[in-house]
Design a protein around this ligand. Structure first.
Ligand code: FAD
Length: 475
């Protein structure tokens, strides 16, 4: 059929996966077109995810730290919140980064086509062009013929079916808009996204309840880490309802009336000014006409790939949230590089030993490689070393010594297979453990590495030295 535009590489979706894939493909010499329905590049992560949430979490952390200074002899006044200014600052941060991406695309001669893409067949994508701030259709259409394709159409937040359509019910995107500071908010879902937003709003003065279906918050993290977080954060929340489900929400003039069922359920329905739904994200696999290209999508909307990120159709690849868990930006970026390189004929494979997870809460909770729970479930014999921050000079000087650094070693090989940190800056500190796991370090490698004193990062070396002491038969 006829086409309005032809390219060697078409990338569908301009999130961290899509823009990284497009940039790498262009760098490898392919004529690349990037299709995105929204006005800005960057996808969920830059526009309504990682970046705006961190801009607000930074403000929250500084505010909380300033408030805590009274104990150290410096008292500030009650914080005065200018919501418009705060929102403006967040938007400036996002704008800087998305604008930067537009420049990078231009520099590489990646052609950006703005619109909603749908596959027509294995070599054609139809784009319903969009304009404005959102995805408003212009009515015009464009057909793009491609040699190869990388699908990076991402995910969107799951909506609970029984929750009414009401402006007071938001998902993370709505919560990040910061339109009001509610008095009472219910956060449905005690995962990372829910707890990060709860941190921001509680610092802004909102009273918060959290309801979680599972028996613990931050599923996936070892419980010892979560316990530390819970102890520090207890004052933030009115109720944390575990093993509990929301069963009904009634929109009333005076608020949203919510009924609960389960272990933590209060006897009476509760009234809230805002509800944040943070119960997970679902992949966009069923919204791109994948069937027309012959690309297999499972019933949940995920696209399966091999280790080169190739779908069941040889010249079509898929990356990022749409291919599965963990739905994280850094995973999407690495998959993107593999896919673009494989499409260019390189022998690249996705073969990561670890993908780190971080909750940018206060304190932060970060983990990489195997958790203890995973070791137990998989029958891996492991040893661990835990260095409590109560013994860290820097953590004490910071007035934040509640954390710890944990290393997990394979008992037989003594190589580090996992690591976890709870404490301020844990997300930045975990990087060293990611490298150690990838390189197959043993405790001597880490313990004999001189870390700067006094730093929080020193706790990694100190934990390793503890393990050296525990190990009697080091190879
Ligand atoms: P996306 O970022 O979802 O991008 C997909 C893009 O494709 C979108 O721009 C979409 O508009 C476009 N698209 C979809 N369908 C079409 C179509 N048919 N036509 C045209 N365009 C289309 N991850 C982290 O690693 N760290 C964090 O701190 C973090 N914080 C987060 C906080 C929040 C509140 C949320 C919601 C997510 C967070 N994430 C974080 C997750 C992270 O945002 C995602 O893992 C990441 O954005 C996935 O990248 P992606 O490229 O797969 O897809």
């Amino acid at each position: 059929g006829g086409a309005d535009l032809e390219c060697e590489m078409l990338v569908l979706g301009a999130g961290p996966g899509g823009y990284s894939a497009a940039f790498r493909a262009a760098d490898l010499g392919m004529k690349t077109v990037l299709v995105e329905r929204y006005a800005t590049l960057g996808g969920v992560c830059l526009n309504v995810g990682c970046i705006p949430s961190k801009a607000l979490l930074h403000v929250a952390a500084v505010t909380d730290a300033a408030n805590a200074m009274a104990d150290h002899g410096i008292a500030f006044g009650k914080p005065k919140i200018d919501l418009d200014k705060l929102r403006g600052w967040k938007e400036k941060v996002v704008g800087k980064l998305t604008g930067g991406l537009a420049g990078m695309a231009k520099a590489r001669k990646v052609e950006v086509v703005r619109g909603v893409g749908t596959f027509l067949d294995p070599h054609h994508l139809e784009v319903a062009l969009t304009g404005g701030d959102g995805q408003e259709p212009t009515g015009a259409k464009q057909v793009i013929k491609f040699g190869k394709c990388i699908i990076a159409a991402g995910s969107q937040s799951v909506k609970l079916p029984f929750i009414p359509d009401d402006p007071r019910v938001v998902d993370s995107t709505g919560a990040l808009k910061l339109t009001t500071i509610p008095k009472r908010m219910l956060v449905i879902g005690g995962g990372i996204i829910g707890l990060e937003m709860a941190t921001v709003y509680s610092t802004l003065g909102t009273r918060i309840d959290v309801v979680e279906m599972l028996d613990g918050l931050m599923a996936g993290a070892d419980r010892d880490l979560v316990k530390v977080w819970e102890k520090v954060n207890q004052p933030r929340f009115d109720k944390v309802m575990l093993n509990t489900r929301t069963t009904a929400v009634k929109a009333q003039k005076n608020g949203l009336k919510v009924s609960f069922e389960g272990e933590g359920a209060p006897a009476e329905p509760q009234l809230y000014d805002m509800i944040l739904q943070a119960v997970g994200r679902s992949p966009n696999g069923h919204k791109i006409g994948a069937e027309n290209a012959g690309v297999a999508v499972d019933e949940r909307g995920f696209i399966a790939t091999d280790k080169q990120m190739r779908t069941n159709v040889g010249h079509i690849f898929a990356i990022g949230d749409i291919v599965g868990q963990p739905m994280l930006a850094h995973k999407a970026v690495h998959e993107a590089h593999v896919a673009a390189e494989a499409a260019a004929g390189h022998k690249s494979f996705f073969d990561a030993r670890q993908i780190p997870s971080v909750a940018y809460t206060d304190p932060e909770v970060a983990w990489a490689g195997k958790t203890e729970a995973e070791c137990k479930a998989e029958g891996i014999k492991y040893g661990k070393a835990v260095f409590p921050w109560a013994a860290s000079g820097r953590a004490i000087a910071n007035g934040r010594d509640e954390g710890f650094t944990k290393l997990i070693f394979d008992e037989e090989t003594h190589r580090i297979i996992g690591g976890a940190i709870v404490g301020t800056q844990a997300g930045d500190l975990i990087g060293e453990l990611c490298l150690a796991i990838e390189m197959g370090c043993d405790p001597v490698d880490i313990g004999k590495t001189i870390h700067p004193h006094p730093t929080l990062g020193e706790s990694v070396g100190m934990a390793a030295e503890l393990f050296e002491g525990v190990c009697t038969d080091l190879p």
